[in-house]
Design a protein around this ligand. Structure first.
Ligand code: AMP
Length: 588
């Protein structure tokens, strides 16, 4: 636990009355059933995320209010009102129906943060189809893996991304029935074997009856990574909207007049849950910027768009810190009243930097793909202990546990003791499975406790502190990367006999990916081969997932049962003690 002083909150820190101001009373009062009743009733008593996020507001007088405001370099901003969004998503829902796509079919989307991504996502949910937005910086291999694992019937992408990442690999995705292309120049496309998005939308009807889905119907598929095996498709249901509604209120403190900006890409769970669903559920206006990080651009968006609530990530904050306070001083953030961050540890300096430079501390919060929504958070009314993730939100029961050999867990009640972070099942956005992998899902639970795979501790005031991951997954720039996927891509190269990948601490992006590679006979470990392998990995995996460094080794360390000991490679890389090496194979 960090000894950094506490940031005390007073009334003067609050520009609006916070949604969450009495921790104990709200915890006692809260029930998920009551929260679900706050959303609009739907025919048949079910719940559909898109209806709740969009159409509900049109009957409640918000038809003309901007829902999403799209910014892109060199183009005028485009605002889409709740009414327009309802009509556009109706069209997409109908377009899918015309293609024979309906409830339970899988629609994958690979696109930058363009309007069509949001229209396709919400339109698919109206259709009852299951959506999986993919990160547009992925290379062909991660895309094909996910499309195949998720049994996608439809892929929505742009003509440029199609040419670069799909066309050549289309045969490796035999289950895909339709590829819908958005023309990057705003016109139409005519690529053999694909359909034009704009033409389909123009010919589809603007009104539709959305599919009546139940709270337990599958809505979204988010891929996440483990240490071994292929990515895991975490299944999320329509009922998750209740968590997004509640956490939008408590953790993001959304108020109707907010101008909200979530910088996450919908290709990752934060960008979908909090870049699309939660703000729309609250009927607020969201800014969506198509461009990648640029300090000046980001400050000018905060200033010129009048952003009031900003949800971003530690890597981005550290990049702003590195760009220097001088740049920030050229801007004013008159409307900004709450800043939150998620995805990786937020160092105390970054929390204080926010206070100094933006005039507001950064509020760290914690959750993961499997939880579907924010679970632990710092919120506007409560003191911040910089370096801590905050406290569990109402409706969330968290604990620090220790796994026993018999599969049960022991709850660690002494404050300050490290263990695994666990959550009591029962919140609506909890994942309902890993697609096609029941056993892996079962292993995440001990009785009623969901085991997060994160090591943490709780202090005497109930604040949670992140300690590290219990496994070998890597967090780079907020993206969870499974070593196996990277190693597999490297091993496809004829020179590589074996590969092991670790996360190497980095002051800005948290961890960078370093690969250790042993070579097949006949290949020389020289600079030319290193560059070739770096290029190979980048082409297959995309820049966000590819290793930044490759080291050649004669042999990788293995356990006697044949598993690569990444932990040992990491300890050696960082000059740390090697720990227990009793299972190490001789000669490793
Ligand atoms: P993902 O499923 O990609 O969202 O990644 C979830 C993982 O990111 C968690 O299990 C943590 O390891 C890490 N993470 C998320 N939020 C935080 C946070 N506030 N502090 C530290 N680690 C975090």
């Amino acid at each position: 636990m960090n000894a950094s002083p506490v940031i005390r909150k007073t009334r003067a820190d609050l520009q609006v009355v916070p949604n969450f101001s009495d921790y104990d009373a709200e915890q006692r009062r809260f029930s998920w059933d009551a929260a679900a009743r706050e959303l609009a009733k739907e025919p048949g008593g079910g719940i559909n995320i898109a209806f709740q996020a969009v159409d509900r507001h049109c009957v409640a007088g918000l038809r003309d209010k901007p829902a999403l405001r799209f910014l892109a370099r060199g183009a005028a901003a485009r605002s889409i009102s709740y009414g327009e969004l309802a009509a556009l998503t109706n069209r997409f829902c109908n377009a899918l129906r015309c293609l024979g796509i309906g409830k339970g079919d899988r629609v994958f989307i690979l696109a930058a943060r363009i309007p069509e991504l949001y229209i396709a996502l919400l339109g698919s949910l109206k259709n009852g189809a299951v959506v999986s937005p993919l990160f547009s910086a992925f290379g062909p291999e991660p895309i094909a893996t996910r499309v195949n694992l998720g049994a996608a019937s439809v892929l929505v992408t742009t003509d440029t991304l199609f040419a670069r990442k799909i066309a050549q690999w289309r045969d490796s995705m035999p289950g895909l029935k339709h590829v819908l292309l958005v023309a990057d120049d705003g016109g139409t496309t005519a690529v053999p074997g694909t359909l034009d998005f704009a033409t389909l939308m123009a010919s589809a009807a603007q009104t539709c009856t959305y599919e009546a889905t139940s709270a337990e119907d599958m809505a979204l598929l988010h891929f996440t990574s483990g240490t071994t095996g292929t990515p895991k498709g975490a299944v999320h249901v329509h009922g998750a909207a209740v968590t997004h509604w509640v956490t939008g209120r408590y953790a993001l403190d959304l108020h109707p007049d907010d101008l909200y900006w979530c910088t996450a890409d919908p290709g990752w769970v934060t960008g979908t849950s909090y870049g699309v669903i939660a703000p729309l559920l609250h009927g607020v206006t969201s800014v969506v910027d198509r461009e990648e990080f640029d300090a000046e651009r980001w400050y000018s968006i905060l200033q010129d768009e009048g952003v009031s609530v900003w949800y971003t990530a530690p890597t981005a904050i550290r990049m702003l810190m590195r760009a220097g306070a001088d740049i920030a001083k050229r801007y004013t953030f008159a409307h900004l009243r709450f800043v939150a961050s998620v995805g990786e540890p937020l160092n105390p300096e970054a929390v204080w930097w926010g206070k100094d430079v933006l005039g507001l501390p950064i509020h760290d919060n914690w959750w993961q793909t499997e939880t579907g929504g924010i679970m632990i958070a710092n919120t506007p009314a409560f003191d911040i202990k910089p370096g801590s993730m905050g406290r569990p939100l109402p409706g969330v029961e968290a604990a620090i546990v220790r796994r026993r050999d018999d599969g049960t867990v022991q709850i660690v009640s002494e404050p300050g003791t490290q263990g695994e972070l666990a959550l009591k099942r029962g919140w609506p956005s909890m994942f309902r499975g890993y697609l096609g992998n029941e056993e892996r899902y079962r292993k995440c639970f001990a009785g009623d406790w969901y085991l997060t795979g994160d090591l943490a501790l709780r202090d005497a005031d109930g604040y949670y502190w992140f300690v590290g991951r219990a496994d070998d997954v890597i967090k780079s720039a907020g993206h969870l990367i499974g070593p196996f996927e990277v190693e597999s891509a490297l091993m496809e190269h004829p020179a590589v006999a074996e590969a092991a990948v670790i996360g190497k601490p980095d002051p800005v992006v948290g961890e960078t990916i370093k690969a250790f590679v042993s070579l097949n006979r006949g290949f020389e470990p020289d600079e030319t081969l290193r560059m070739t392998l770096l290029g190979h990995a980048r082409k297959r995996l995309g820049a966000a997932v590819a290793p930044k460094e490759i080291a050649f080794v004669a042999q990788l360390p293995h356990t006697r049962s044949g598993k690569i000991m990444r932990r040992l490679l990491k300890a050696r890389e960082l000059g740390q003690a090697e720990g227990d090496t009793s299972t190490l194979e001789a000669g490793s």
